[in-house]
Write a protein of this length. Structure first.
Lengths: 187, 194
C-alpha cells in the first residue's frame, strides 16, 4: 500500500512515482490519496497564482476529481501524473478565465487570450520546476549547465571535474526523466 | 535539437523563485474530494472499457474462436492430459502494465476435467496486492474467476464453462479489499484464436 505522506513517498522517489502513476491509471483505491498528497500543492499553487483563494480551492478539487474520473485516458507509460494533472488544471483555469470574462468583466477577446497564454507559460514553468526537483542534484546541475548556461559536455566535465562519460549519461538520463515528467496528455 | 530540448532552453531561463514556491491546499480539501469520488468502489465499467480498448489495440475483435471444451475433446480415451489449446499472453496494449511481460497459457483436458496452466512467477506483483486469473468473454460482459495465482500455475476450469464463450485469458492485480470484482488492472492477457 502507499505511504501516507509525501515525505515517506520521497525515498525511492522515481520508483514510487512511477508505481503511483500506474496505480492511479488502473484505479487503485489508495492511489488517489497518494496523488493528492504528492501533487496537491503543485496544482493548488498553480491555481493560487492565477485566481483567488476561493476559486483556487474549487479548481484544485475539480482537477483531482476530473483526473480520477478520466483516468482511463491517462497513459502512465507516456507521461507522469504531474503533467496530466497540470494539463487538466491549465484547461480548467483557462475555461474559468473565459467564463469570467464573458459574464463578469467583459474583457476584450485579446486580453483573455493573453491571460490564457500566461496561464500556459506559468503551468510550463511550475511543471518544469517540479520535474527538476525529481532529478538527483548532480544530474540537475548538469542539465542546467547544458541547457541554461549553454556549456558543452566537455566544458561541463572540466568545470565539475567529472568524467565526460558520466556527464553524458547524467544529462541523457536527466533529459529522459524531464521529458517524461513534462509530457502533455491533455486527454 | 528536438522540440523538447528547445522547450527546455526556452523555459529554463524564465524560472523564478516564485515558480518554486508552493501553497499547500487547505486541509479540508481532501475530505471534499474523497466525498465526491468513491475510491473504495471498484468501477466494473473500467474493466469493460479497458478490455474493449485492448481488443481494438490488438486487433482481434473479430477473431474466430476454437471450438473448445463441450465434448469436442472429451471422448479421447487417452490416459494423460491432452493439450487442447495454447495462447500467448502478454502485457501488450494493457495500460498500466509493465512493458514486455509475456507467458504462454495452455489448456489441457483429462477425463472431462479441464485445467489452465499458466506460470505467473515472473509477473511483478504490486505491493499489497495479489494476482488473480480470469476467463472473459469477447463482449466483456461475463467473466469467470479462476482464483488467486498459485505457485504450481494450475487452475481447474469449472464444469459447465464453455471455453469458446470465454476465450480471453486475463491476469489482474487485485487489491486486498475484499471486493470480488475485477480491479480493471490487467497485467497479462491473451485470446484463444484459430
Amino acid at each position: 500500500m502507499f505511504a501516507r505522506s509525501p515525505s515517506e513517498l520521497n525515498l525511492p522517489l522515481m520508483e514510487s512515482r512511477q508505481a503511483l502513476d500506474h496505480h492511479f491509471a488502473s484505479g487503485h483505491p489508495d492511489a488517489m490519496r497518494a496523488a493528492f498528497e504528492l501533487h496537491g500543492s503543485l496544482v493548488h499553487s498553480l491555481c493560487r497564482r492565477t485566481v483567488n483563494e476561493h476559486l483556487a480551492k474549487d479548481i484544485t478539487q475539480e482537477v483531482f476529481i476530473a483526473a480520477w474520473k478520466n483516468r482511463d485516458r491517462y497513459d502512465p507509460t507516456k507521461g507522469a501524473l504531474a503533467g496530466w494533472l497540470v494539463g487538466i488544471c491549465r484547461h480548467k483555469l483557462i475555461d474559468m478565465l473565459r467564463r469570467e470574462s464573458r459574464h463578469v468583466t467583459a474583457e476584450p477577446v485579446e486580453a483573455v487570450h493573453a491571460r490564457s497564454i500566461s496561464v500556459t507559460n506559468l503551468a510550463d514553468r511550475m511543471l518544469l520546476d517540479d520535474a527538476l526537483a525529481t532529478l538527483p542534484d548532480r544530474a540537475r546541475n548538469m542539465v542546467q549547465l547544458a541547457f541554461l548556461h549553454d556549456l558543452t559536455h566537455e566544458q561541463i566535465a572540466e568545470q565539475t571535474s567529472t568524467p565526460l562519460g558520466t556527464v553524458k549519461s547524467d544529462i541523457r538520463r536527466g533529459l529522459e526523466r524531464l521529458r517524461h515528467h513534462l509530457e502533455r496528455q491533455d486527454g | 535539437m528536438d522540440s523538447f530540448e528547445q522547450h527546455l532552453r526556452d523555459v529554463l531561463p524564465q524560472l523564478t523563485q516564485a515558480d518554486h514556491a508552493r501553497v499547500e491546499p487547505p486541509s479540508a480539501l481532501w475530505s471534499a474530494i474523497e466525498a465526491a469520488i468513491d475510491t473504495k468502489r471498484v468501477d466494473t465499467i473500467d474493466i469493460h472499457r479497458r478490455t474493449r480498448r485492448w481488443f481494438a489495440t490488438v486487433g482481434v475483435a473479430a477473431a474466430v474462436v476454437l471450438g473448445l471444451g463441450a465434448g469436442v475433446f472429451a471422448t479421447r480415451p487417452s490416459s494423460g492430459p491432452i493439450e487442447v489449446a495454447s495462447v500467448r499472453v502478454s502485457s501488450d496494449g494493457l495500460p498500466g502494465a509493465p512493458v514486455g511481460l509475456a507467458s504462454v497459457a495452455r489448456f489441457t483436458e483429462k477425463n472431462s476435467a479441464r485445467t489452465l496452466i499458466l506460470d505467473t512467477s515472473d509477473v511483478p506483483v504490486p505491493r499489497g496486492e495479489y494476482l488473480e486469473l480470469w476467463l472473459i468473454d469477447t463482449n466483456v460482459d461475463k467473466m469467470v474467476s479462476l482464483g488467486a495465482a498459485r505457485p504450481d500455475g494450475r487452475y481447474s476450469i469449472p464444469a459447465g464453462i464453455n471455453l469458446a464463450d470465454y476465450p480471453v485469458v486475463d491476469v489482474s492485480a487485485e487489491p486486498l479489499d475484499g471486493n470480488p470484482k475485477h480491479s480493471g488492472a490487467s497485467l497479462l492477457r491473451g485470446i484463444v484464436t484459430v
